[in-house]
Design a protein around this ligand. Structure first.
Ligand code: ADP
Length: 185
């Protein structure tokens, strides 16, 4: 199954996507995690993206799309994948659609995870990641509202039947069961 996790920063996409990937035995592709790993291990990619991730800005599309699309084209993704944090704007959504069409593939589900903004901010502050300070969180939420939220409209317009809204409030296991149910709906 080819799945996209969509939702605001801090809504729990990473946690839920990792659990589901294990359950379905398909790769979990998180562009944010790829960038963090590259920064930590001092790779050239890390040096290129650090300024953006540190400030809550989107890493340029060309770089991000190249990374996500090449991950999808790995043999390990032949039986499916979970994309988490990509696509994050309309340009990325269009680039992904083009790459999938070229490969004769489609998206089976877009899981749109929701939670109230106050809850999201609290979760991020508790998580304590380096990019989880108040100003950077604020910037990430603004970028989400302005650049990322239109991606939902893109999927509703182009493949509305695959978009499933899932309530992200509650126990981690409970949310996971809602997601699993949404996959077969
Ligand atoms: P969160 O969902 O909490 O914002 P992520 O791990 O998804 O965290 O992303 C962390 C940072 O990595 C983002 O603020 C952004 O700078 C960068 N990033 C991740 N995915 C993308 C993407 N698809 N396009 C551009 N930048 C991205």
């Amino acid at each position: 199954m080819n799945i996209i996790f969509f939702g605001a920063p801090g809504v729990g996409k990473g946690t839920q996507a990792a659990m589901l990937a294990e359950r379905l035995a398909i790769p979990h592709i998180s562009t944010g995690a790829i960038f963090r790993a590259a920064i930590q291990s001092g790779q050239e990619l890390g040096q290129k993206v650090k300024h953006y991730t540190d400030n809550g800005l989107l890493v340029p599309d060309e770089l991000t799309t190249e990374i996500a699309v090449s991950a999808l084209n790995e043999p390990g993704c032949a039986n499916g994948f979970i994309l988490d944090g990509f696509p994050r704007n309309l340009g990325q959504a269009e680039a992904l659609a083009t790459a999938l069409t070229a490969a004769g593939r489609t998206i089976d589900r877009v899981i749109y995870l929701t939670a109230p903004q106050a809850e999201i901010v609290q979760r991020m502050l508790h998580r304590g990641r380096v990019d989880d300070n108040k100003e950077v969180i604020q910037r990430r939420l603004e970028v989400y509202d302005q650049e990322t939220s239109p991606v939902l409209g893109f999927y509703r317009a182009t493949s509305g039947n695959v978009v499933m809204e899932v309530n992200g409030l509650g126990e981690v296991g409970e949310v996971q069961e809602r997601i699993v149910a949404a996959l077969t709906q």
